[in-house]
Design a protein. Sequence first.
Length: 115
Amino acid sequence: QVQLVESGGGLVQPGGSLRLSCATSGSLFSFYAVGWYRQAPGKQRELVALILSGISTNDADSVKGRFTISRDNAKNTVDLQMNSLKPEGTAVYYCNVKAVGAIYWGQGTQVTVSS
């Protein structure tokens, strides 16, 4: 069973930055996709950013140019650098990894963008 532990959430003012980190209990080479999703109150969970096959990235249009996903294979972590945050970015952010035949989620970390 793979465990994912997110950290780095909190309260930030509009225009500010946060860096989320996801520590995985397994090697990142075990997963063909690693990424971040978010769920705002009353809305469905949506993709934020994804690294596929260790190379390509796929970011939601709403975060392009502001959010950057990265992975550290030595530390088995997946980070999300979020800049120029907007109030609509308020949500619970979830780490997600996909292996053949299995999908794993973290417990989520709250990000609140408010003045």
